[in-house]
Design a protein. Structure first.
Length: 418
C-alpha cells in the first residue's frame, strides 16, 4: 500500500510513501495493539497480574502501580500516575486523550462529593438509555420507586407476544440495563435477571415491566456508590472459636497462592452478605440467590441468579446461597492476593437464616438432608479453614435482600446508607 504525501507531511509533500506496517483496518488490529502495549508496559517494568491478564502491575516500593486495560482505554491507579503518563506520551509516543484524574470510564462517572469522598455512578449512561427509551416510545418513562412491584411474577404473564420488531427493542433495552448493573446499579439486578429470561419470546407485559425499570432509574438516577476505604469495626461481634480436629474438616486450611506478589499497602477487610428467596419462580419452583460483597465499606461485587436446583425449603435455598457466597469469597480473596493486596483475617459472611449459620459454624452439627450436603460441607470447610467467619444478621438489616427479591422503596437498609 502506498500514498502520496499531503501538506501535513511538511518537506515530504508530494513524495510517494510506502506503508511498511499498517495497524488500522486489519482483522488483527486489536491483537497487534495489545501486543504493542504489552511490550511497552514490560519495558517500563510492569507485569501482567495472574488474576487478570489485562491488569498490569509495577512494584513502586510501598505500593503497586496498576494499569487496567480495556481495548485502548487505560485506567491507572498509582501515587504518581503523571510520571507514567509522561513516559507513555514522550518516550513511547502514545497520543493519549483525556489524560488526568478519572472522570468517566466505560460508561461510569467518577467524582468527589462535598466531603471529598470518591464516588462512582453511571449518571451519563443512565441519561443516555432514558433518552433512547424516550426516542423509541415517544415519551419519557413514568417515574417509579422500585424496579418491579413486590411479589410480582413475570413468569405467570400470559399476555400477547411481541412482534419481531418489538422483540428486538426488548432485547436491546435488556442489554443496556445489564451494563448499567455491571457499572454500579445493582438495585435493579433482580428485576432485570427475572425479565432477561424472556428475551427469546417476550410479551407485552414484559415490555411494560422494562419500561418501569427505566422509570425507576429515572426516579433514582443519582444513586451513587461511595468509595469508603475505612475498615468496618467488628470488635463487638462475638467470635466463637471451635475445635474442628474431630470433624471431617480437621485439615482444612486456606490455599495461599505461592506465586502471588508480596502484599503492600494497608490491609483490607472483606464483608459478604447472602440471602435466598424460596420459589422465586413459580413456574420452575427455583429460588434466587443474592450476594453482596464489600471491600472495607465499599460494595465491589454483586450477584443475583436463579439457583440451578429446586429447593423444597428455605433451609435448602439458603444453604445453596451460602455456598455461592463462599465460592465467590474464595475467588475474590485469591484475586486480591494476586493484586498484592493484604487481606485482613477471614471474610465476615452474614446471613439471616440462623439455622443455616449454626449448622455451618458449629463442628458437631449434623446434616440429614442429602440434597444440600455439598453446600453444607463447602461452607463448613471454609469456616474451618479460616477463610470466612459466618454470623447471623437480622433479615431487616440484610442488604442482600435487594438482590434476591422484588423490593419496594424504603424496605431495605441499603437506602440512605452513606
Amino acid at each position: 500500500m502506498c500514498v502520496i504525501a499531503g501538506p501535513e507531511f511538511g518537506d515530504r509533500e508530494g513524495h510517494v510513501l510506502v506503508a511498511s506496517k499498517a495497524l488500522c483496518g486489519l482483522h488483527s488490529s486489536g491483537l497487534r495493539w495489545s501486543e504493542r502495549l504489552a511490550d511497552v508496559l514490560r519495558e517500563m517494568g510492569h507485569f501482567a497480574s495472574h488474576c487478570e491478564k489485562d491488569i498490569w502491575m509495577r512494584d513502586m516500593g510501598d505500593h503497586y502501580e496498576c494499569i487496567a486495560v480495556c481495548a485502548d482505554d487505560l485506567l491507572i491507579a498509582s501515587k504518581d500516575p503523571d510520571s507514567t503518563i509522561k513516559i507513555l506520551i514522550e518516550k513511547c509516543q502514545f497520543k493519549l486523550k483525556g489524560a488526568g484524574p478519572t472522570e468517566f470510564h466505560l460508561g461510569c462517572d467518577f467524582f468527589r462529593d462535598e466531603e471529598g469522598v470518591l464516588c462512582c455512578a453511571p449518571k451519563k449512561h443512565i441519561e443516555k438509555i432514558l433518552e433512547n427509551c424516550r426516542w423509541i416510545f415517544g415519551t419519557w418513562p413514568k417515574p417509579a420507586t422500585s424496579p418491579l412491584p413486590a411479589g410480582d411474577h413475570p413468569e405467570l404473564d400470559a399476555g400477547e407476544l411481541l412482534n419481531e420488531d418489538d422483540q428486538k427493542i426488548y432485547q436491546s433495552l435488556i442489554g443496556a440495563l445489564q451494563w448499567v448493573i455491571q457499572i454500579g446499579r445493582f438495585d435493579i439486578q433482580t428485576a432485570v435477571m427475572s425479565l432477561s429470561r424472556f428475551r427469546a419470546m417476550p410479551r407485552q407485559g414484559d415490555l411494560d415491566r422494562v419500561k418501569r425499570i427505566h422509570g425507576c432509574l429515572s426516579k433514582m438516577r443519582h444513586a451513587t456508590i461511595k468509595i469508603r476505604t475505612d475498615a468496618p469495626d467488628y470488635s463487638d461481634v462475638p467470635v466463637k472459636l471451635h475445635d474442628w480436629e474431630c470433624s471431617c474438616c480437621a485439615d482444612a486450611k486456606e490455599e495461599i497462592p505461592l506465586d502471588a506478589p508480596k502484599p503492600k499497602g494497608k490491609p483490607v477487610t472483606m464483608t459478604s452478605h447472602f440471602d435466598a428467596n424460596l420459589c422465586h419462580n413459580l413456574v420452575s419452583g427455583k429460588s434466587v440467590a443474592g450476594v453482596l460483597h464489600q471491600l472495607n465499606k465499599t460494595p465491589i461485587d454483586w450477584h443475583s441468579k436463579l439457583q440451578s436446583t429446586v429447593e423444597t425449603a428455605t433451609f435448602g435455598s439458603e444453604h445453596v446461597a451460602a455456598r455461592t457466597c463462599t465460592e465467590q469469597v474464595i475467588d475474590l480473596r485469591l484475586a486480591l492476593r494476586h493484586l498484592g493486596v493484604p487481606v485482613n483475617g477471614p471474610t465476615m459472611v452474614l446471613g439471616d437464616n440462623e439455622l443455616v449459620i449454626n449448622s455451618a459454624a458449629i463442628p458437631h452439627s449434623k446434616m440429614h438432608k442429602r440434597w444440600v450436603t455439598l453446600s453444607y460441607h463447602r461452607v463448613r470447610h471454609a469456616v474451618a479453614a479460616g477463610v470466612i467467619n459466618i454470623h447471623h444478621i437480622a433479615g431487616k438489616k440484610n442488604p442482600a435482600d435487594i438482590l434476591s427479591k422484588h423490593w419496594e422503596f424504603g424496605t431495605f437498609p441499603l437506602f440512605g446508607m452513606r
